[in-house]
Design a protein around this ligand. Structure first.
Ligand SMILES: [Zn+2]
Length: 319
């Protein structure tokens, strides 16, 4: 890779890192701070060692210069893990209070709605950041990249624009409506408490449609795409697994109840590893995994469109 391109990507990464958006609270025009999709002093602190966890490396510059795989878990200070420019200072505190200032209570509908909103706003912001970064690359580096890559980036951003313009307002509206009226039936959820502290934490959206053809159709064409949310939240003495979805998507989520009741460990590993790039693992857990299994985990984290369907789900999170 030539030096000019490296330099451009490096400065784009810096812009991306410091990028702020308008607060995602309706009618708020203040600029965002670094919100956490996984509570810094809660779930991340609990799984950490010396205030560090293993999280996905998203920095393209480091990947290009240091040659590490684009999908690898790297030791990350908990203050930098799972951050996203989602809300302004005051709304960040206000919106997440039900899950950060109060302990989790099985099936509490306001907490279900807040966890849903957190996963949705994290996904929205990640898409907005990827769109911003890709636009900058197209602006600054188009001449330095192969034509095919440029075309690919353009197509990826068209998909993100569709998401930002259509799916984003749809899901935000639903999530706020669930938070404002938690018992109105906007959401359904499945919540299980495990009686031990699991050294893994996650907050993600996933597509519950299991038929891959139908899934691609939904991701590519149907609007808005079907998204459910998954939160894996270890606390001081137990671990909460909370999955929620829009009631209008109930049909696509029917299998979740059975999967969580009868194959919880497999389900957790499937969503947290194969369906998500947002897993944070405690050093105690990740460092005890052998190198072959680590490779399988890295591979499984690739998007389904690249890796194809999986023959095996690596089970590293033991319940
Ligand atoms: Zn705000």
């Amino acid at each position: 890779m030539d030096n000019k391109l490296k330099k451009e990507i490096g400065s784009i990464e810096k812009l991306n890192k410091n990028k702020k958006f308008e607060c995602l609270h309706p009618d708020c025009k203040a600029m965002s701070i670094g919100s956490h999709s996984q509570q810094h002093n809660g779930q991340l602190k609990i799984i950490s060692k010396n205030d560090e966890v293993y999280a996905m490396n998203f920095n393209m510059y480091e990947v290009l210069t240091k040659g590490s795989s684009a999908f690898s878990l790297v030791k990350t200070p908990i203050k930098n893990a799972s951050t996203y420019p989602g809300f302004c200072q005051s709304h960040d505190g206000q919106i997440f209070a039900p899950i950060e200032k109060h302990s989790l209570h099985l099936n509490n509908t306001l907490q279900v709605a807040t966890l849903f909103l957190r996963a949705i706003t994290y996904e929205i912001t990640r898409k907005k950041l990827a769109h911003f970064k890709t636009n900058k690359i197209l602006e600054k580096c188009a001449k330095l990249l192969p034509a095919e890559t440029v075309e690919n980036y353009k197509l990826q951003n068209l998909g993100r624009e569709k998401f930002i313009n259509n799916d984003l307002p749809f899901y935000l509206k639903k999530a706020y409506s669930a938070c404002n009226t938690p018992n109105s039936g906007v959401l359904k959820s499945k919540w299980i408490v495990i009686n031990k502290v699991i050294k893994a934490s996650n907050c993600t959206v996933f597509c519950p449609i299991r038929d891959s053809v139908e899934r691609y159709y939904h991701q590519a064409i149907a609007c808005p795409q079907v998204m459910s949310t998954f939160n894996l939240v270890p606390t001081a003495n137990e671990t909460h697994v909370v999955v929620s979805w829009l009631t209008e998507h109930d049909k696509d989520n029917h299998w979740i109840d059975d999967a969580m009741e009868n194959q919880l460990e497999k389900f957790i590993n499937y969503i947290a590893i194969c369906e998500s790039e947002d897993i944070c693992l405690g050093p105690d857990l990740w460092e005890s995994v052998d190198v072959f299994t680590r490779e399988k985990v890295h591979f499984a984290m690739h998007h389904e469109l690249y890796r194809g369907s999986l023959n095996e789900i690596p089970i590293i999170i033991k319940i």
